[in-house]
Design a protein around this ligand. Structure first.
Ligand code: COA
Length: 174
């Protein structure tokens, strides 16, 4: 398995993997809309390949932070591994590589909304433990998580504001 930065030639294959993983198109649409926005960082859209075929993808992109600290932080969304290739470490490898790149950039933290039983293995904890809130009060506390990075500063607290791509993909899905 090989991890690398996504290129434009991968867009179609990434959409297929993300759609297959989630069983709907909403998350693939999110990837597409973020790519076209100013919140996209091409260095943080990663693919996993086996035998020349893309079988996994993760996107980290910038979201707003209303509070104290930087105006933007990174969020992980979405993470997808093709159903034929799940549970063999590909999702973990994608997350670890993204965290490594963000650490190298000096970023303070990453947030995500996701499966509470999956992400703690990478050091994610409920964001409320560190003064961070989700944009929507309907998100269960344990599902909105934060991973502190080397550049973390406890003075960074606040509420996350998702860019419009997040809401547009929800509205236009499945
Ligand atoms: C969740 C997902 C990204 C994990 O990727 P993966 O490559 O299968 O995961 P890994 O092989 O790195 O890790 C396997 C571990 O994850 C756990 N895991 C996998 N899917 C899980 C799920 N849906 N809920 C809870 N745990 C899950 C497995 O139990 C396994 O744990 P173990 O090592 O203790 O046995 C992948 O299953 C997927 O794409 N699912 C559909 C889309 C999705 O739900 N994305 C995440 C949304 S937050």
């Amino acid at each position: 398995m090989r991890l690398r930065t996504e290129t434009p030639a991968d867009h179609e294959a990434v959409a297929a993997v993300v759609t297959a993983a989630f069983g709907r198109t909403q998350e693939a649409l999110l990837v597409d809309l973020v790519r076209r926005s100013e919140h996209f960082d091409p260095h943080l859209s990663l693919v996993a390949e086996t035998g020349g075929r893309i079988v996994g993808h993760v996107l980290f992109s910038r979201v707003g932070l209303q509070g104290s600290g930087p105006a933007e932080v990174y969020a992980l969304a979405p993470l997808a591994v093709h159903p034929d290739h799940q549970r063999i470490g590909i999702g973990s490898a994608l997350v670890e590589e993204g965290l490594r790149r963000l650490d190298a950039m000096g970023e303070p933290l990453v947030v995500l909304e996701g499966i509470p039983s999956y992400y703690p293995r990478f050091g994610f904890v409920p964001a409320s433990q560190h003064g961070m809130s989700p944009p929507d009060s309907g998100v269960p506390d344990e599902a909105f998580m934060i991973r502190r990075l080397a550049g973390y500063d406890p003075a960074i607290v606040g509420t996350i504001a998702y860019p419009s791509a997040f809401y547009a993909s929800e509205a236009l899905g499945p």
